[in-house]
Design a protein around this ligand. Structure first.
Ligand code: FE2
Length: 349
C-alpha cells in the first residue's frame, strides 16, 4: 500500500483503506476502484492524500492520519465535543436546551464504543486537543459506557448512563471561568463555589426535562463518596445510584490520566493503584474492579516505557503483579517480576 496525493491521476487505482464521511459513516470501502466522481467528492471533502493498493502487515502499524483516513470513533468523539460546546454555550447564555442534542451525541458514540475494545487509544487522540472540560465530559461518557457494558447494564440503560456522563459537569457552566481556570491553588471560598457544580448541574438537567431521573441523580451524586464524606449531600454508599458510582470512577480515572496545566498526567498503572486505594473510602470497589480488569485486558500489545528509557512491547500481564508484565524489546524478553530494578514508567497505547 502506498500513500499518494489525491488527484485525477488516481483514476482506476484501488483504495487501500476505508473512507468515512463527516458523521463517521462508511463512504468508500477499501478495495473501491476510484472513479472521477469519487476523486472529486474526496477533493471537495478536503482530502489531500489517500492510501492506495493492498494493505500489507507493515501497513497495519502506520498512523491512520498519514493516510487521510479518519478513525470513525475518534471522529465521533470530535463531533461529541462540538455538540457539547454548543450545548454549554446555550446553557451559559441562559437558554433552555432539550434532551435531543444529548441523545443525538450518545447515538453517535454508542455503536463505536460498544464495538471497540481499546477505547483508551481513541481517548488518547481526543486528549491531544484543547478544551479540557469538553474532552473530559466526552471521555467520562465513553469510559462510563465501557464500564457499564462490562457490568452488563442493558442497552437502553447504557444510553442513559452515557448521557449522564456527558452532562456530569454541566453545572460548571454556572461557575466563573476565573475560578475554573485558575492555575494557583483555590481559596476555601472558591473551593466551596466549585463544590456547588453538582447542584447547579442537577438544576440545569431538570430544566432539560430529561425523561429519565437517573440522569439527574448521576449529575447530582457524582462527587458523593462510599464513606459518606463526599458532596453535596454526604450520602451513604447505599443511597448512591449505580450510575453515579460508575461516573465517579470514570471521572477520577480520566482526570488522573489527563495532562493539566498545573501537573503532568499520571501513568496508567500508577493511576490504577491510586484508584484502587481510593476505592476503600471514595469509589465503589465493584466498579473499580471492572475498570481495573478492563485496563489490564487491553495492555498486552501496548508499548511500555521503562525507567531506563527503553521502550518495549507488553507481551503478557502477570496477574499477581500486573504492574510488572512480560516485556519484549527486540528479540529479548524481560519479565519485570524477576528483574526488579526495572519498572514501567508509562504505557503508550
Ligand atoms: Fe464534577
Amino acid at each position: 500500500m502506498e500513500i499518494m496525493e489525491l488527484s485525477e491521476q488516481l483514476l482506476n487505482h484501488q483504495l487501500g483503506r476505508n473512507i468515512y464521511d463527516d458523521s463517521g459513516r462508511l463512504l468508500l470501502p477499501k478495495g473501491t476502484i476510484l472513479q472521477i466522481s469519487h476523486i472529486n467528492q474526496l477533493l471537495n471533502m478536503g482530502y489531500g492524500k489517500l492510501a492506495i493498493g493492498t494493505e500489507t502487515d507493515a501497513d497495519n502499524i502506520n498512523d491512520n492520519e498519514s493516510s487521510g483516513e479518519i478513525n470513525p470513533l475518534t471522529h465521533a468523539f470530535t463531533v461529541a465535543v462540538d455538540n457539547l460546546r454548543d450545548l454549554m454555550a446555550k446553557v451559559s447564555a441562559g437558554h433552555l436546551v432539550g434532551q435531543g442534542e444529548v441523545e443525538e451525541t450518545i447515538e453517535l458514540l454508542f455503536p463505536g464504543v460498544m464495538e471497540t475494545n481499546n477505547i483508551l487509544l481513541n481517548l488518547q487522540d481526543l486528549r491531544r486537543k484543547d478544551e479540557y472540560t469538553l474532552q473530559h465530559s466526552v471521555s467520562v461518557s465513553v469510559l462510563s459506557l465501557k464500564i457499564g457494558q462490562l457490568m452488563r447494564v442493558p442497552q437502553h440503560d447504557l444510553k442513559m448512563l452515557g448521557m449522564a456522563g456527558i452532562l456530569h459537569d454541566i453545572g460548571k457552566c454556572k461557575i466563573s471561568s476565573a475560578i475554573l481556570n485558575k492555575n494557583d491553588s483555590l481559596t476555601e471560598e472558591e473551593f466551596q463555589e466549585i463544590k456547588k457544580h453538582p447542584v447547579y448541574g442537577y438544576e440545569i438537567v431538570k430544566n432539560m426535562k430529561l425523561n429519565d431521573p437517573r440522569i439527574m441523580l448521576a449529575v447530582l451524586q457524582h462527587h458523593e463518596h462510599q464513606d459518606g464524606r463526599g458532596y453535596p449531600l454526604k450520602l451513604a454508599a447505599s443511597k448512591i445510584h449505580l450510575f453515579s458510582k460508575i461516573i465517579a470512577v470514570a471521572d477520577v480515572f480520566d482526570a488522573m490520566t489527563s495532562e493539566r496545566p498545573y501537573r503532568g498526567k499520571m501513568a496508567l498503572f500508577k493511576a490504577m493503584n491510586e484508584i484502587l486505594t481510593s476505592s476503600v473510602s471514595h469509589l465503589n470497589p465493584q466498579v473499580v474492579s471492572k475498570l481495573r480488569t478492563y485496563v489490564l485486558s487491553i495492555c498486552p500489545g501496548a508499548s511500555a516505557l521503562l525507567n531506563n528509557g527503553n521502550i518495549g512491547k507488553i507481551i503478557m500481564m502477570n496477574t499477581d503483579e500486573p504492574s510488572r508484565p512480560l516485556i519484549q524489546i527486540g528479540d529479548q524478553f524481560i519479565n519485570l517480576r524477576e528483574q526488579r530494578d526495572l519498572w514501567v514508567k508509562d504505557i503508550i497505547m
